[in-house]
Design a protein around this ligand. Structure first.
Ligand SMILES: [Zn+2]
Length: 182
């Protein structure tokens, strides 16, 4: 477990903020104000992805869109406890310009994920010709309080979102430091 400590001065009291990176990969932030302790989960959470996996999927997203206009790739986001991993599923959508996660794929991945003590925390898909922001239908079909990553085939980048109560909020993410950089 890694811990970072940031100390600051509050209005009248010293606030000690302890950031503990939990096994769930999210951050638990403990704010101590006098004798009161408040825990804020995920509020300032930093989400980590593997750069190689991200780049591979971005390439696949662009390749799919080249092969067939409007074709999207899709899959699940798994919290491995260490980072967020993309696990691709088949796209069961019959029309171009949309995605439907293949149910058998989802069942198989969820079972495997649970047996490893990991957690499905969201979905990803690609936008062949649109900005990497969730559309109305993306938001409507999302599980409440889940993550959504969108690959932008034209801008060649990706963006992470949190979908909650019918709204999408942009979330920061980073790439894991590669082992030889550490
Ligand atoms: Zn979309």
């Amino acid at each position: 477990m890694e811990a970072g400590i940031t100390e600051g001065i509050g209005r009248n009291h010293r606030i000690v903020v302890l950031i503990l990176q939990q096994l769930r990969c999210s951050f638990l932030i403990i704010i101590r104000t006098g004798n009161r302790i408040k825990m804020v989960r995920d509020h300032y959470a930093m989400h980590f992805f593997d750069k190689a996996q991200y780049s591979k999927l971005l390439r696949e997203a662009r390749y799919a869109a080249c092969q067939k206009a409007g074709a999207e790739i899709c899959g699940l986001i798994i919290n491995t406890g260490y980072h967020l991993a993309f696990v691709q599923t088949r796209n069961a959508s019959r029309r171009a310009g949309g995605f439907v996660l293949s149910s058998p794929d989802v069942r198989r991945i969820v079972a495997a994920t649970q047996s490893l003590g990991q957690e499905v925390v969201g979905t990803f898909h690609s936008h062949p010709a649109a900005l990497p922001a969730p559309g109305d239908s993306d938001i409507r079909h999302a599980v409440d309080d889940s993550l959504m990553f969108i690959f932008d085939c034209i801008g060649r980048k990706g963006r992470l979102w949190k979908i909650k109560k019918g709204r999408a909020r942009s979330i920061k993410f980073r790439f894991l430091a590669r082992s030889h950089d550490a």
